[in-house]
Design a protein around this ligand. Structure first.
Ligand SMILES: Cc1cc2nc3c(=O)[nH]c(=O)nc-3n(C[C@H](O)[C@H](O)[C@H](O)COP(=O)(O)OP(=O)(O)OC[C@H]3O[C@@H](n4cnc5c(N)ncnc54)[C@H](O)[C@@H]3O)c2cc1C
Length: 366
């Protein structure tokens, strides 16, 4: 199930479907909606119904039913057919989106397919209660290897992301120094969750310490690019392209951890969101623009503008996210006991969302 979220240890299928979750493998495989075949849902009349893709003929038959289900089909079809172009044009141009109802996914006039299950995916439980879901799975690629790139600052992150995308990694993720610092602070708990003792877990970070010494400090950002292929030669070919990409940037250090050694980065990445909810330097994380998403090609324009807005308001931020999908969790650090800090939230949100929408993005990807 390649759509699993970073919160996979606490997520269940009902929430994953209703939240249209995505995660570290969405870059290659897509979001939850791409894997839902059919769902069973209890609707407002208290009855359970099955929804999935149906043909135009089946749709006609459903609409003729003199019951609640018939009414649901009649009303949604009318709405979608009468506003067909408007609805299709409203679809965000990003690879991920969890905002609003995905009306554009339901009625495909050209193919003659009507799929109400797509309306429920991502609907946050507002339309009915999911009782069952038939979903697709994918086969795990036979070979997999993680590459890590340590960045001294994040100025060139958008360009680096686009260069790495050319090599077609399976995942392209990132987390920042605040996550790392918190990771170090909470290492005993993280080691315990990874099922290892603290000493052996901590010793795995020796190569990173050496890189830190070379960089004369902690990297600002860790970028993780994982390559997964059935053919090992194809995977190695991709890995071989990485040194020249890293060399093209000042202050970027490449490390390809030994096989199996990459898990510590994944633990850190998956825990980044919950780690950052801890207090950082007396301030707390205030996640109000924390799930923005644009097409990766727009990152060089969008990311600096968003970070500048926060800088102008004198706000420190932490950054983690699904860089390859253009989806960033930018989390401001604020002291929300102060009135003037609270007032910044609507002001910043408005400016940031305007930039995102201008670029055909979404204010919440997952
Ligand atoms: C630390 C952290 C990291 C996260 N990382 C990611 C990530 O990488 N990607 C991502 O997509 N999301 C992420 N999330 C958000 C969320 O955890 C996931 O989307 C997850 O898939 C939701 O599943 P859940 O079981 O936790 O659902 P819940 O949070 O319980 O529910 C999610 C929504 O679905 C509804 N719902 C749940 N079950 C049903 C049901 N049976 N019928 C109808 N409605 C239902 C709820 O009402 C709610 O609106 C993260 C959250 C946290 C806290």
């Amino acid at each position: 199930m390649p759509t699993y979220p970073a919160s996979k240890s606490i997520a269940a299928i009902g929430g994953m479907v209703m939240n249209n979750c995505g995660g570290e493998k969405t870059l290659r495989y897509g979001q939850m909606r791409d894997f839902v075949n059919e769902i069973d849902v209890v609707l407002a009349d208290g009855n359970e119904y099955t929804f999935g893709p149906i043909s135009k003929e089946q749709l006609e038959a459903k609409m003729e039913q003199d019951n609640f289900e018939g009414e649901v089909y009649r009303k949604t079809f009318k709405l979608l057919d009468e506003n067909y172009d408007l609805v299709k044009q409203a679809k965000p141009r990003t690879s991920k989106n969890s905002a609003g109802y995905a009306l554009w996914e339901v009625w495909d006039k050209e193919e003659g397919v009507f799929d109400l299950s797509q309306l429920f995916v991502g609907s946050q439980g507002t339309l009915g209660i999911l009782t069952d879901a038939r979903v697709r799975l994918v086969k795990q690629p036979k070979h997999r290897r993680l590459a890590t790139l340590f960045m001294k600052d994040w100025d060139k992150l958008p360009e680096l992301v686009n260069d790495l995308l050319e090599v077609e990694p399976e995942s392209l993720e990132t987390f920042d120094d605040e996550t790392m610092k918190l990771g170090l602070r909470f290492m005993p708990q993280i080691a315990q969750e990874a099922g290892e003792n603290l000493l052996s877990f901590a010793s795995q970070f020796t190569p990173e310490l050496k890189i830190g010494m070379k960089m004369m400090g902690m990297p600002k950002l860790v970028v993780m690019a994982e390559f997964a292929e059935d053919d090992e030669d194809v995977m190695n070919e991709k890995l071989n392209k990485l040194p020249s990409i890293a060399d093209a940037y000042d202050g970027v250090y490449l490390r390809i951890p030994k096989e199996g050694e990459g898990e510590k980065y994944w633990t850190m990445r998956r825990k980044s969101f919950s780690l950052l909810r801890e207090s950082v330097g007396g301030k707390r994380t205030a996640p109000f623009i924390d799930d923005i998403c644009v097409q990766p090609k727009d990152l060089p324009d969008v990311l600096p503008k968003v970070l500048e807005i926060l800088e102008d308001e004198d706000i420190d931020v932490t950054l983690a996210g699904h860089a390859g999908s253009g989806n960033f969790h930018i989390i401001p650090l604020m002291d929300l006991t102060k009135e003037e800090e609270k007032e910044k939230i609507p002001r910043i949100s408005k400016k940031v969302y305007k930039i995102i929408i201008e670029h055909g993005g979404t204010i919440t990807a997952e």
